[in-house]
Design a protein. Sequence first.
Length: 340
Amino acid sequence: MAGVSTGTVDRILHNRGKVSEEAHKKVAAVLKKIDYHPNLIARSLALKKKYKLAVIIPHFADGQYWQIVSNGIDKAEQEVANYNIEIERIYFDQYDRNSFDALVPALRENEYHGALVATLFQDSALALTRHFDTLKIPYVLIDAYIDRTRCLAYYGTNSYDSGYIGAKLLSDQMHPHDDIAIFRFIRKGDVFSTQVLKREEGFRAYLEEHGHRGNIFPVHIHADKPENNIKLLDSFFMQHETVKNGIIFNSKVHVVCDYFHERQKGDFKLIGYDIVRENVKYLHTGVVTHLIAQRPEVQGFNSIRALFRHLVLKEKVERINYMPIDILIKENIRYYNNYI
């Protein structure tokens, strides 16, 4: 139709080799006329190239936050299943940095074409991404953005702004001189995750900017020793009876809510993150006044899609992809659609 050879058409479609400007124009006109779209499945199968992706995220139990992220990864895997893409899931303990570091030697020995990396432990994640950089392996970051990387893309919220909004929500329901508790879950190796640190930074910035005059008390809770937490919380509230406001910067808000339920403390105002089932239950009862959500399933889905688009479709991928910071209360939670 264009009056050129099949070889010329092939070079134009695959953007390789030298082709005259006149030939380009002729072929482009025909492509537009017939509304040409490549059969990507056929192309992928014809090339017989296989892509192996590493997905490095925390292991999880049923109903936990990372299961929702994994659901999105599963859906993306189903969508790209016909393109010779294999996904290998590699899990670590989100409360133990050593478990992440222990994965790195095996990751360096295996051959991957792309990776999805949860950045809970910043220094460890940086060490791994430098290895990927050296081998020119594209990778997507999830959970928190690390600006010292050469990541293909990031999917998640702006953690600083998320904490800033958390402070505004809490400030709107208390007096400027009221004391605040920040409940922190202790991790092995790193005290806090990258995301939690950024959220707390934004939280404190808002309070400072808006003249908060009360005290801020960090309360450290054991992620892996729940039996000790009742004693820790009893001790804290015996010493600080006036503290009636607090925040938790991760999805474990229900752990503190369990304590309040056990001790029948109904006068505490608590803000938390993520709409896992246990958190939503306490939002309905009023123990949690607000949940801040970040669409984890969409993050997981889009991260795999970004690697697919880059590797198979050769498309340009936007580097920073911030999720909406969703504010949920018991009156609107039943209308919220967090899924794909």
